[in-house]
Write a protein that binds this ligand. Structure first.
Ligand SMILES: [Zn+2]
Length: 294
């Protein structure tokens, strides 16, 4: 990507090195909506997380418990933090314009950088879940170590620097925020609570594919405005989309895939929607069929 001279967003809360210490005053837990980048398979992380959500709901806001640990960041970490702020700024520019064009106002989400564990309006989150969005506080949560894992654990390939795949990850979470502002996320989750597990999974897939599509739309306009994409960038993000497909991750983890358990879409679907977004940027396209959200 070409990002020289691009501004950095100020809508970032740097909670790195703060342990699980929570910010004071997170309360009023509205819609418990957390959406991670992909289905997490190993261990009981998601189960723990759901338990924590219930606990937090019953106990109300947590106490502040910052531990004063002065974490020293490496040059690499600082570069990734600056990069993330630039990408977030790009999503602010693009979505502000798109919302305006469609008679709506874009409200900026906040990006929370954390290390290890983090407290959110949706409960306690952990780095092991991968990046996620919580609509309860309209924040995206990102532990920057996820990025090095993308190369090491997910094996994402890049022709030059691995960067646009990272941008896709951030833009996907911003995509959930766009879904939230457009009223899609709330409707979808309400419907998911009413239907069978299998039907809910199908709706979840559509929500995830739409976030992939919106990530692509962002890239479409970001590139139009700033010529940000360079040779090999699109292939790199498509490679990432393939490697976070449910079928791909399940096969890798246990040798086979169970389609009825998919919540994020297959590799093929994720690649298709990301690519379609990059190519068209069309605001009106959706992954939902008429009646899906009624
Ligand atoms: Zn997602």
């Amino acid at each position: 990507m070409r990002l020289t001279g691009r501004r950095e967003s100020n809508n970032v809360e740097d909670r790195r090195g703060m342990g699980t210490g929570a910010k004071a005053g997170i309360g009023g837990i509205g819609g418990i909506i957390v959406i991670a980048l992909f289905t997490f398979l190993s261990g009981g992380n998601i189960g723990d997380f759901v338990n924590n959500v219930v606990q937090t709901q019953m106990q109300g806001p947590a106490e502040v418990q910052t531990n004063g640990d002065q974490h020293q960041f490496t040059e690499e970490e600082e570069k990734l933090a600056d990069f993330s702020k630039q990408i977030l700024a790009g999503t602010e520019d693009v979505w502000t314009e798109q919302f305006q064009l469609h008679g709506m106002k874009y409200q900026y989400p906040t990006l929370v950088l954390f290390t290890g564990a983090v407290q959110t309006a949706c409960g306690n989150g952990s780095a092991a879940m991968g990046p996620f969005y919580c609509s309860g506080d309209q924040r995206l949560y990102l532990d920057l170590s996820f990025f090095s894992g993308m190369r090491k654990d997910l094996g994402i390939q890049a022709k030059g620097d691995l960067d646009f795949a990272y941008a896709y990850v951030i833009a996907h979470e911003v995509g959930h925020h766009v879904e939230y502002l457009r009223g899609i996320l709330g409707k979808c989750h309400a419907k998911m609570a009413r239907v069978s597990k299998e039907e809910a999974n199908k709706l979840s897939v559509k929500l995830e594919l739409l976030a992939d599509y919106y990530a692509g739309c962002w890239a479409h306009y970001d590139n139009e405005k700033y010529q940000s994409l360079t040779d090999g960038d699109i292939e790199e993000a498509i490679d990432c989309a393939e490697k976070i497909g449910d079928n791909y991750l399940q096969k890798k983890a246990r040798g086979y895939a169970l389609p009825e358990t998919f919540t994020h879409g297959t590799s093929e679907q994720r690649m298709y929607w990301l690519k379609k977004g990059i190519e068209t940027g069309d605001w009106n396209t959706t992954t939902f069929a008429p009646g899906d959200l009624d």
